[in-house]
Write a protein that binds this ligand. Structure first.
Ligand SMILES: O=C(O)CCC(=O)C(=O)O
Length: 320
């Protein structure tokens, strides 16, 4: 199997400029078909057949590189880190975590307009989503980006499980209603037709969304989160819980490093390799009801109430 280690096509100045201007860039042919053939069947088993591979039971799965050898290999040996580094103009790339995003056939399950900035317990902009489809993508089930919104410095209030349990601070605003602004002059909504092997690099500050999946097959993507040079810890209680690392271990202003956040690539050829990964993390979570993990049930109930308009004030929604 080839399983390319270097990108099949070099990152160009145009790619870098597109990322700077739009907050997202679609890179073609980053991975060869063998990577997809390795990863896609496992994704389908985990997501569709609900095979228990020991993953932390989030929906539909997170932290694959800790539990699944093939996904670990992808993180450490594929060109994803090199490409991310070159697009972001970062000298080093470290691994943060990975998660699946999947939509069943003929689904109208939309991913709400949001940006990832406040989800992560860090400051800095070099913590992109490397959104890598494992199934063919058409514009209708693509990730969608509102180009240029990464230039707006707005610390949105998230709908993370932690934020759901908090009173919204005054300096945080809910995500805007972008759907109602479609067609407005000057707004550029970007979607892509993509082949497995392509990769989107999405700035954590850019507003993004995806509609459902009108196709007859599942739409499956893996989102790799990595850290570049400007990232420093900045934990806040409303951030996403990162399993295995408590906010107390994220010292303000320190750079993430060490074996939990291994160096994947550097401009001058250094990398940690995977010999110490995932030492220090749990690698097998017994399959059971998801309710107890990350307050998933609380989050879901709140969301259902919100959708039905049963919460009097979204911004200060208390936990029922
Ligand atoms: O695939 C999706 O629907 C959402 C992905 C996403 O929000 C992300 O990768 O940050």
């Amino acid at each position: 199997m080839a399983l390319n280690k270097r990108p099949l096509r070099q990152v160009t100045q145009q790619d870098i400029d597109d990322y700077v201007r739009d907050g997202a860039v679609c890179l073609r042919s980053v991975f060869d078909r063998d990577w997809i053939d390795l990863l896609e069947p496992i994704a389908r088993e985990v997501i569709i057949d609900k095979k228990d591979v020991g993953l932390l039971p989030t929906i539909p799965g997170r932290y694959m590189a800790r539990c699944i050898e093939e996904y670990r290999k992808f993180v450490f040996e594929s060109p994803l880190a090199e490409v991310a580094g070159k697009v972001m103009q970062s000298k080093e790339i470290r691994f943060f975590f990975d998660e699946f995003f999947a939509k069943p056939p003929q689904s109208d399950d939309a991913t709400l307009w949001h940006c990832d900035r406040m989800a992560f317990p860090v400051k800095g902009k070099m913590v992109p989503s490397l959104w890598i489809p494992l199934t063919p993508i058409v514009k209708a089930n693509s990730l969608e980006v509102l180009a240029g919104t990464h230039h707006d410095d707005v610390p949105y209030w998230l709908f993370s499980p932690n934020a759901r349990k908090m009173i919204k601070p005054d300096d945080r605003v809910p995500h805007p209603d972008i759907e109602s602004r479609r067609g407005e002059e000057g707004l550029r909504f970007l979607t892509w037709d993509m082949e497995p092997g392509d990769m989107l690099v999405v700035n954590p500050w850019v507003l993004h969304y995806s509609a459902g999946n009108p196709t007859d097959d599942w739409r499956v993507a893996v989102s790799q989160r990595v850290f570049g040079d400007d990232i420093q810890w900045a934990p806040r209680p409303d951030c996403l819980n990162i399993a295995g690392v408590s906010f107390d271990e994220m010292l303000d202003d320190e750079r993430p490093e060490g074996p939990l956040f291994p160096l994947l690539w550097s401009e001058d050829g250094r990398s940690d390799g995977d010999s110490a990964y995932p030492n220090g993390f749990a690698t097998s979570w017994p399959k059971r009801d998801m309710g107890g993990v990350n307050e998933y049930d609380t989050f879901k109930t709140m969301k259902q109430k919100e959708d039905k308009g049963e919460l009097s004030n979204k911004a200060t929604a208390p936990v029922s």
